[in-house]
Design a protein around this ligand. Structure first.
Ligand code: ACM
Length: 261
């Protein structure tokens, strides 16, 4: 199957411009799975809860409409970050969209830094989506630092983790080689580039979007500064084999009796 990332450089609050930039980056490309960054259309560096509220949408809003169009245009399942409003709560979420339809949203479980000031922590279980026979799990950015997230998704059958990000620290890409190796899964980490200087915050996003294989090999690595799209062919069925040699299997060999706290 063909999987890829779209690494964009959003301008804070300028959704329409950011949609157009993504559309232009994609051109006529087709894929089976495309992952976009966390909060790819709003930008990241909110100054207040009010600001986050203003840019948040429900799962059938403007961003959803754009992603539905993108999924039709590319034939891909699209996973992309947005600020989700439900009732009086706002979540740092990802939409999962396929064939012009919203499948679900994932709400980031582990909020990073000041995200805790404007977002509520995710309140839905980690889930694996079977889309056209491919098992896709979703986590968002800082979820990577908790190995339990990738492990849970892998144990639930995920072959690929779609991983929208807005990374400002340099550790994640290297860590994803371990996350993939220890679970024998693929991951598509879609990061953004650019800088946001807002209020007291000044963030430079580190790009380097990455596709990582079940053996920890980096199959694609994006620029640290430029917007970029890459789509590659993978054999997702490799993620079904948890053996690393004739004698070891990363799932079957776990000594659960020693994992008690
Ligand atoms: C992050 O979770 N955006 C670092």
């Amino acid at each position: 199957m063909k999987v890829g990332y779209i690494q964009n450089s959003p301008e804070f609050g300028e959704k329409e411009k950011n949609f157009k930039d993504v559309f232009n980056l994609v051109g006529d490309l087709k894929a089976d799975l495309l992952v976009l960054p966390e909060l790819f259309a709003t930008g990241y560096t909110f100054k207040s809860e009010k600001e986050a509220e203003k840019l948040a949408e429900d799962k059938n809003g403007l961003t959803s409409r754009f992603l539905k169009d993108l999924s039709r245009k590319t034939s891909a399942t699209v996973v992309a970050g947005f600020a989700e409003r439900e009732g009086d709560k706002i979540y740092n979420s990802s939409l999962i969209v396929s064939r012009g339809k919203v499948i679900d949203t994932y709400r980031k479980i582990h909020l990073f830094n000041k995200e805790k000031l404007w977002f509520s922590p995710g309140n839905k279980p980690l889930k694996v989506y079977d889309i056209d026979g491919v098992k896709i799990g979703v986590m968002i950015c800082f979820d990577w630092i908790f190995p339990e997230v990738s492990r849970t998704l892998a144990l639930k059958g995920a072959q690929i983790i779609a991983h929208p990000c807005n990374l400002v620290l340099p550790y994640c890409q290297k860590a994803m080689t371990t996350r993939c190796l220890e679970n024998r899964i693929f991951a598509v980490t879609a990061n953004r580039v650019g800088n946001e200087k807002r209020g007291k915050d000044d963030f430079t996003f580190t790009g380097g979007s990455q596709i990582t294989a079940t053996d920890g090999k980096v199959l694609s690595s994006a620029s640290t500064e430029e917007s970029q799209i890459d789509i590659i062919e993978i054999d997702e069925s490799k993620a079904n084999n948890k053996a690393i040699n004739d004698y070891n299997d990363v799932f079957a060999d776990r000594r659960l009796e020693y994992f008690e706290l």
